[in-house]
Design a protein around this ligand. Structure first.
Ligand code: FES
Length: 681
């Protein structure tokens, strides 16, 4: 048996024997231990830090004595004096193995470290970025062996990093020569390896060791808002998040009106493409400024978006998406230069990756939700709903995943609601109505107190009470139903019928007054019959989409519901169920996944392998097209009732008895409701 020292790495548990004098980094590499290095063992990047452990380790069958590693050398001493090494740490490339030893690789020294997510229920992101830094020492030019600088960089990458072949954009050449000379023939290379390209490409070079970081943008391009997360490609840390309104709103609120704008106006699509690209470019500048980083250090962007946004971003006329059979120009993922998407503020050679679309109406945003929530790995049948202007719906478990998109419209975001507003300080976000007195109390964004608690008036003095946001209107409608002020058909009763003066006549219908500050020049906030109808249309579209997937799967119920989307995080599961937005499940089986599409974008940004994974997953998802499915209409009409005309809600009735009231007087309102329902068809 070999008498060479035994080295055991934790937490991987990998072990092996190496001749005395082997650097820890070399041993780690030979054993396939995940230990980082940018400088290739030159003792200057400090990425290879490890913590040796001494003493008796019966678990590993090892006793580690003093002297198991070589003494600190001059390189470590210099690094420690300049930058400081944490107590007990060594540089793996400098410390040599002299005796049996246990070496811990701390998380920050692992290339594939996991980013801890706040909720344990969601997958951790494992770092495996497509772009990485490599320090290389390049041969100087030689009269006797004429080669170009780029060829010598390629040779150095092969010799020092095992990189077989490289590509470089011609724009890089202009800076390569001065950088090589400035760095004394030692440069840091940002190398981008894409699973879609045979050869890695150099995106950027810096003289000497680059320590300024490397960043990427995960961009969730929605119809209403554009959200970006500036992410450190080394650590996965989100340095800044920022969002702006999608400027395409001026061409149409929802997707179909933007498709119509493209159809009706020459250059309409090009105009919208220009608007969104300029906005994203400006957002990149803004977010880099916020994080105080040079925008040129942003070398990657990942986009998730619905199919119409996808086409408009790429400069493709979305006209085909406005009519059956809703053909996408391509459903495949796309890898391209960011500058070809009009992103000029970031690194000129930055790459963009756009996740694949699932189908003509189910986009890369739904693919991102699938990447984040992994329904295909679920033991039980999960319904995942990403609520936005369009609802992305996924239903599945290990055996099969189905997906559809449903046109909910902007009502859930507070738009098309008489007192509606975006979620901002001053907006009513939660509301309760006493079933006895029919009096409301509410909470506004920016204040933790309820409106009937002491100190509320002072606490909201600055923001005021300005309107109702999406989660507030959902709660308001559900509370009206629970308090017997609104019937199952969605009709608000009169003051006489409901016994509260808060119900007031508005034309031929009634409205419920939530808050009246008109005497002081403030707003009069009410829930009108029109608001109820808008919410009914939105929730019916959502429920009908879910039911359609359940039909396709041959089930009447699901095991759990995941509410995704920034908005999904704020919806109260109980109120969503009273409204009949989601199928009946025990309340503790309704969870929130936060911004799952944005998380999917971050996963794809931080982990190159996840890109290939989602491309495979998308091919296996069964697409269901709501727009051409006749049963969608049936489900939609039945879902108009609150919670539902025919589907039983046994779990809901166990916890919330809904009053049996009816305010239908056979008047014109129902006709209006019907007309609106027909319009959706
Ligand atoms: S590998 Fe760079 S300091 Fe050790």
């Amino acid at each position: 048996m070999s008498t060479d020292p035994l080295v055991v790495f934790t937490p991987s548990g990998k072990r092996g024997r190496f001749p005395a004098g082997t650097p820890v980094l070399t041993a780690a590499r030979q054993l396939g231990v995940d230990l980082d290095s940018v400088c290739g063992g030159r003792g200057i990047c400090s990425k290879c830090q490890v913590t040796p452990a001494y003493g008796e380790f019966s678990k590993h069958g090892v006793t580690v004595r003093e002297g198991a590693l070589s003494e600190w050398n001059a390189v470590e001493a210099r690094y420690d004096s300049k930058r400081g090494l944490k107590p007990g740490r060594r540089l793996g490339c400098q410390a040599q193995i002299l005796g049996d030893v246990v070496i811990d690789v701390p998380a920050e020294s692992q290339v594939h470290r996991q980013i801890v997510r706040k909720s344990a229920a969601v997958r951790a992101i494992e770092m495996d970025p497509a772009t990485r830094l490599h320090l290389v020492v390049v041969d100087e030019p030689d009269m006797h062996e004429p080669t170009g600088d780029l060829e010598r960089v390629a040779r150095a990458l092969k010799a020092q990093w095992d990189v077989e072949d490289i590509a470089a954009d011609p724009t890089l050449l202009a800076k390569l020569q001065p950088v090589l000379r400035k760095g004394g023939w030692q440069i840091t290379v940002a190398l981008h390896k894409s699973h879609k390209e045979a050869v890695p490409r150099i995106l950027e070079v810096w003289p000497g060791l680059h320590e300024g970081g490397l960043y990427g943008l995960a961009i969730d391009l929605g119809s209403t808002t554009i959200a970006a997360h500036l992410t450190d490609l080394d650590t996965g840390e989100v340095k800044a998040s920022s969002g702006i309104m999608n400027p395409q709103i001026r061409f149409g609120e929802d997707l179909m009106s933007r498709v119509s704008y493209a159809m009706m106006n020459e250059n309409g699509a090009a105009e919208m493409t220009r608007a969104v690209r300029e906005a994203i470019d400006a957002l990149a500048v803004e977010i880099a400024r916020e994080a105080e980083i040079d925008p040129a250090l942003i070398v990657e962007t990942v986009f998730v978006c619905n199919p119409v946004m996808h086409h408009l971003l790429l400069g493709i006329d979305p006209v085909e998406l406005g009519q059956a059979p809703f053909a996408l120009a391509t459903s495949d993922s796309i890898a391209m230069d960011a500058r070809d998407l009009g992103l000029c503020a970031i690194n000129p050679r930055a790459r963009s990756y756009i996740l694949p679309c699932i189908a003509g109406h189910v986009g890369a945003d739904a693919a991102a939700v699938a990447l984040s929530e992994e329904p295909g790995k679920s033991e039980d049948l999960a319904l995942i709903v990403d609520v936005g202007t369009n609802a992305e719906i996924l239903l599945g478990d290990r055996s099969r995943v189905l997906a559809c998109s449903s046109p909910t419209g902007p009502a859930f975001e507070g738009a098309q609601i008489s007192s509606g507003q975006r979620a901002a300080p001053g907006a009513i976000e939660a509301i309760r109505i006493d079933p006895e007195t029919k009096e409301p109390r509410f909470r506004v964004i920016g204040c933790d107190l309820w409106s009937d608690e002491d100190g509320f008036a002072d606490a909201i003095a600055e923001t005021g009470i300005t309107g109702i946001c999406g989660s507030g209107i959902i709660e308001a409608v559900a509370e009206l139903r629970m308090a017997g002020i609104m019937d199952a058909g969605g009709l608000i009763g009169s003051a006489a019928q409901t016994g509260t003066a808060r119900c007031f006549a508005e034309g031929r219908t009634h409205a419920y007054l939530v808050h009246d500050a008109s005497a002081e020049g403030g707003p009069r906030i009410a829930v009108t019959q029109g608001d109820i109808r808008a919410i009914q249309l939105a929730k019916s579209a959502l429920y009908a989409g879910a039911r359609l997937l359940m039909d396709e799967r041959g089930v009447d119920k699901v095991d759990r519901v995941v509410l995704a989307g920034a908005f999904g995080a704020h919806i109260s599961p109980k109120h969503a169920m009273v409204l009949g937005m989601i199928p009946d499940v025990p309340l503790d089986k309704v969870t929130s996944a936060g911004n799952a599409a944005g998380t999917g974008a971050r996963i794809a940004l931080c982990n190159a392998g996840a890109r290939a994974e989602i491309e495979r997953t998308v091919r296996r998802i069964t697409k269901v097209e709501t727009a051409i499915e006749p049963r969608f209409q049936e489900h939609f009409v039945a879902a108009n009732a609150i919670p539902h005309a025919t589907d039983p809600f046994p779990e809901l009735s166990r916890i919330v008895p809904l009053p049996q009231v009816s305010f239908n007087t056979g008047g014109g309102e129902d006709d209006g409701g019907r007309r609106r329902r027909r319009r959706r068809a």
